[in-house]
Design a protein around this ligand. Sequence first.
Ligand SMILES: Cc1ncc(COP(=O)(O)O)c(C=O)c1O
Length: 405
Amino acid sequence: MTPPTGGDGPLAGRLSRAGLRSAGVSATMLGTLSEGGPRVDWNDMIRAELEGLVPYAPGLREDQVRERSGRDDICKLSSNESPYGPFPAAIDAMRRELSELNRYPEGASEALRERLSAMHGVPAEETLVGAGSNEILRLIGQVVLRPGDEVVYPWPSFVVYPTVTQMFGATKVPVPLVNGTRYDLDAMLAAVTERTRILFLCNPNNPTGTIYTREAFDRFLEKLPAHVLLVLDEAYFEFVTSEEYPDGLAYFDGQRPIVVLRTFSKIYGLAGARVGYGFMPAPLRHAIDCVREPFNVNSVAQAAALASLDDQAEVTRRRAENQEQKTYLYSGFDRLGISWVPSETNFVWIKTEKPVEVFEGLLEEGVIVRAFGPTPALRVGVGTAEDSRRTIEAFEAVIARLGSV
Ligand SMILES: Cc1ncc(COP(=O)(O)O)c(C=O)c1O
């Protein structure tokens, strides 16, 4: 990892020797502190396993693109968020919580945990609430991964899987999707060795929006060795309409090494509140409970999530609206000769030979999508009806400029 450089050492200018002495720090200890500049070797200080990691790069924000495109009406379709905001009941619940923010939240999100447990028929001791499912992904890595372990995951998929793998010194084993879009569960099985500790499956997959079927998953599970912890990341579960989709919870019994992760960030429109949840065997949940932050999910987020669960009609409405907008986008893409991949999520993976040019061109039109470096594809989020109309118009304008996409 290349540390940021700077002339002032981390201790210089902030801690004086006199100040430290008066705080009871001994002269022997002080002898090791740098006085005139940076003497610490940060490459030695920071774990070597982190070499090569880069900070997560979120999609562009509206304000950044407003400046660049000179337009006010920006369509932010880059982070698979809900375009509709939190549910009305969640907004009320969050407001009510504000005047109580002098108090710590429930330490283990007890009320929300009980509610999720009852709703899904899973014991509370097998249910965990986290600051987004992202936090739970990291915590799983933290309690199970050791250097030398291997972690198998599809690729392209959610960028956090390789990060979690590397951060705990394990070895990354990415398995390419067929044609960059379709799951090959046999290939994933073939990648498993006796050193495999975790196998991540993202269903539906981010960024392709594709799923593996129940039939394929049944065959896969029969052959998956019992020493592998199977993490089923179902962040986009609520958007799925396919009859062939295997609901991970149907396979969860609290005994088999299976984890199912879901989130309030997507269909529930609470990405900014950071709240997700998971179901996992009790010993794993207990281990995570011992190392997670004591108050990992803030009280506003807990209240919003609880209130959202009461409005399942809104979930159904949003799923239907998402479906309608996706259909509009598909036909617009067809009309423009853009190749797209059928999606079970709130985003669509489109093929393009000019990902960078098309991404930039869309920005000029005030539409933010997500590019993945030189990967010949872009991820286009599904937004409101107005977003969909603008998206197709923007592609039209870009094609007029570039000749094709
Ligand atoms: C597949 C997948 N898993 C997990 C997450 C994390 O979601 P959160 O931490 O907001 O719950 C995301 C977010 O984009 C995702 O795409």
